[in-house]
Design a protein around this ligand. Structure first.
Ligand SMILES: Cc1cc2nc3c(=O)[nH]c(=O)nc-3n(C[C@H](O)[C@H](O)[C@H](O)COP(=O)(O)OP(=O)(O)OC[C@H]3O[C@@H](n4cnc5c(N)ncnc54)[C@H](O)[C@@H]3O)c2cc1C
Length: 282
């Protein structure tokens, strides 16, 4: 039997970056009677696949403020926890192949300025100086955010977990939450199992249950009568062979019209897309 408490103030389901961040932030605010349960290993879900881009500018004010908070947190997390995060502020460049997209990017840049973000509207020539590998002859312009960053998502999640543990949170791997116990319409605990054979483990009663099970969150909630509007979507990425002369400080290239982005990764080019091949990469 795993060493599980019978009660906790908060049970967090899922040890991806979201679950570990919730654990860390609860503990920072003094809520340390927290147990995080991960059915396999920390980061084994979607977090493992992430490219690790830390963009500061989002579509709404609140999301932009949250992204700014994240950027500031990543500046100090490594020093605080002693766990490397791989955080580097290499910047990003979003490119526009037409005037309509350029207009949209410039509006985003105005919003970025309202938030005090460092942002520059740049010409194709300046894009070429920042990204010598990019083709720019069919671009109208772009927006450069010099302080956008990249992290290693696995290491960052481990840093959040380490910070949470140091503050008293209990993190248990290889324990699956089989179901949420509901009494009188309220979640009051979790039933757990261990291993592929699904060996039953002790139930944990809790005041709060935080569902951070990523793309599995919907089914877990559904069985307890709650609706989580999450749906997994296909997302692909390509990693090239080593690219000669690629700079390890290359800003991330974002190509919204090509539905993709490009970043340097260990001397290779990592390209992520969602529905069509990007147009403006190397
Ligand atoms: C190719 C790709 C590139 C990406 N790039 C970026 C990027 O550059 N920047 C960015 O910000 N985001 C990026 N993302 C998105 C990012 O990866 C996700 O938003 C993030 O990892 C989600 O974290 P999570 O903790 O919610 O989910 P997950 O990492 O999936 O964690 C959920 C965890 O819950 C566990 N779990 C599930 N059910 C149970 C259960 N019943 N009991 C116990 N444990 C359970 C799982 O094992 C898993 O570990 C990218 C995603 C992909 C696929």
């Amino acid at each position: 039997m795993a060493d599980l408490p019978k009660n906790a103030r908060v049970v967090i389901v899922g040890g991806g970056i979201v679950g570990c961040s919730v654990a860390y932030h609860l503990a920072l605010r003094g809520c340390t009677d927290v147990v995080l349960l991960e059915r396999k290993q920390l980061t084994c879900g979607t977090t493992w696949h992430a490219a690790g881009l830390v963009g500061q500018l989002r579509a709404t004010h609140n999301l932009t403020r949250l992204a700014q908070y994240t950027t500031n947190l990543f500046k100090t997390l490594e020093a605080e926890t002693g766990q490397a995060t791989g955080f580097q502020q290499r910047g990003s460049v979003a490119v526009a192949p037409n005037h309509e997209r350029f207009e949209e990017l410039k509006r985003g840049a105005s919003m970025a300025r309202v938030f005090g973000l460092d942002v520059n509207i740049i010409s194709p020539k300046e894009i070429s100086e920042l990204l010598p590998l990019a083709r720019v002859d069919d671009l109208v312009g772009g927006v450069h955010l010099p302080n956008d960053g990249v992290v290693n998502p696995i290491d960052t999640t481990q840093a959040l977990a380490k910070g949470a543990r140091a503050l008293g949170v209990k993190i248990v791997e290889n324990i699956k939450v089989d179901s949420i116990i509901v009494e009188d319409g309220r979640a009051v605990g979790v039933k757990t199992t261990q291993g592929d054979a699904g060996n039953a483990q002790a139930d944990i009663r809790a005041e709060f249950i935080v569902n951070c099970a990523g793309m599995w969150a919907r089914d877990l909630a559904d069985a307890a009568g709650a609706i989580v509007p999450l749906h997994a979507a296909e997302h692909f990425y390509i990693v090239t062979e080593a690219v000669p002369d690629i700079s390890p400080n290359m800003p991330v290239l974002r190509d919204p019209d090509g539905c993709g982005y490009f970043k340097e990764d260990a001397g290779k080019l990592w390209s992520v897309g969602s529905s069509q091949l990007p147009n403006h990469g190397a």
